[in-house]
Design a protein around this ligand. Structure first.
Ligand code: MTE
Length: 330
């Protein structure tokens, strides 16, 4: 985000699926989604780089968000791109570092501490946190602040369902999240590229919004380590950095919590971080984005496309920001 990043425009053409392969895959994936096969479909069919540790997730329910994201003209981003072009600074700042180093993370057993302004605080085992909730597949557009984007079939549970069971007190206005700190498992934490732990936060109404997902997998399987195993946030109308990975703490607070990128560069990253093509990052435009693995032109290059307000989820989320100046609250 701030430093040493390969820009989307620097993605090698060899990293990008050819147009014909893309179209074939697109047909395969679209019909799989339409017939409901995708949750049971192994990413091994799509990529030889898939980890054998990935577990198929059972009883995953389809949702309307799949059609909302795919519409007429969209395709899923190939598994290979979703799992090999990542931001996860705990494993290094290069886009390929997480896929290379995240095998050091041990996502099982895993506990999440719940504290702050909440009736049911405690240390929850991963299974207990999600217990009793039906898993949903939700295909969401995902837009990184660095102007690359993907379309990803996540598997998870609406965060609202988890929050309701935890029962926040009436004075809880925000929800804060933290990632694991453990230099043995996360070698990137030996460097102070960010102040660890990685932190993120949402206003309580954002956290309770039906679109906000606690994801535990993608492409029908448990979450690959590099994508934030075993549990991460996905907030599709916000820049990707709000989607904190490998969560070990959920705190309910009265005050707006500190967030990693805002702490690191407040003039560049605000608390809200809503996708907004009209508000540019001080060092680059946010008006357009490049879809990883998207269709290529005659030069073998994926051209940029316009970025949509709230990443295309304006109808669903604009009302919760009514009356706010979104150029000041970026
Ligand atoms: N969570 C943690 N713990 N550490 C990180 O460095 N990077 C963020 C976000 N969550 C990050 C994180 C950023 S900048 C992005 S764009 C997304 O994760 C990338 O998610 P992906 O690698 O699954 O595409």
């Amino acid at each position: 985000m701030l430093i040493r990043h390969k820009r989307a425009s620097d993605v090698l053409s060899s990293e990008i699926t050819s147009h014909s392969t893309f179209l074939n895959r697109r047909e395969l994936l679209r019909s799989a989604v339409a017939t409901g096969v995708i949750a049971g479909m192994s990413p091994f069919m799509l990529s030889s780089s898939a980890s054998a540790a990935n577990q198929k997730l059972p009883n995953v329910k389809k949702t309307e968000w799949t059609e909302q994201a795919l519409g007429e003209n969209e395709a899923l981003t190939p598994y290979k791109h979703v799992t090999s072009y990542n931001n996860f600074y705990e494993f290094g700042t290069g886009k390929g570092d997480p896929a290379k180093n995240a095998h050091m993370l041990k996502p099982k057993p895993w506990t999440v501490v719940v504290d702050g302004q909440v009736e049911n605080p405690g240390r929850y085992d991963f299974d207990d946190l999600i217990l009793g909730n039906e898993l949903e597949e939700r295909v969401y557009r995902f837009r990184c602040v660095e102007a690359w984007s993907m379309v990803i079939p996540w598997v998870g549970i609406p965060l609202a369902k988890i929050i309701k069971r935890l029962s926040p007190r009436s004075n809880a206005r925000y929800v804060a999240f933290e990632t694991l700190v453990d230099v043995e498992q996360m070698p990137g934490q030996r460097l102070m590229t960010l102040k660890w732990p990685y932190r993120e936060g949402l206003r309580i109404d954002e956290a309770m919004h039906p679109l906000t997902l606690m994801a535990i997998g993608l492409y029908g399987e448990s979450m690959p380590n590099q994508n934030g195993a075993p549990i991460r946030l996905v907030v599709p109308w916000k820049y990707g950095f709000k989607s904190i990975k490998s969560i070990v703490r959920i705190s309910f607070t009265e005050e707006m919590p500190p967030t990693s990128w805002n702490m690191s560069a407040p003039q560049e990253y605000g608390f809200y971080s809503n996708v907004n093509p009209l508000v540019h990052h001080p060092r680059w435009s946010q008006a357009k984005e490049r879809r990883l693995g998207g269709p290529t032109n005659i030069f073998g290059f994926t051209p940029k496309r316009p970025t949509l307000m709230f990443n295309g989820y304006e109808e669903e989320v604009a009302s919760i920001y009514q009356g706010m100046d979104l150029t000041r609250n970026y």
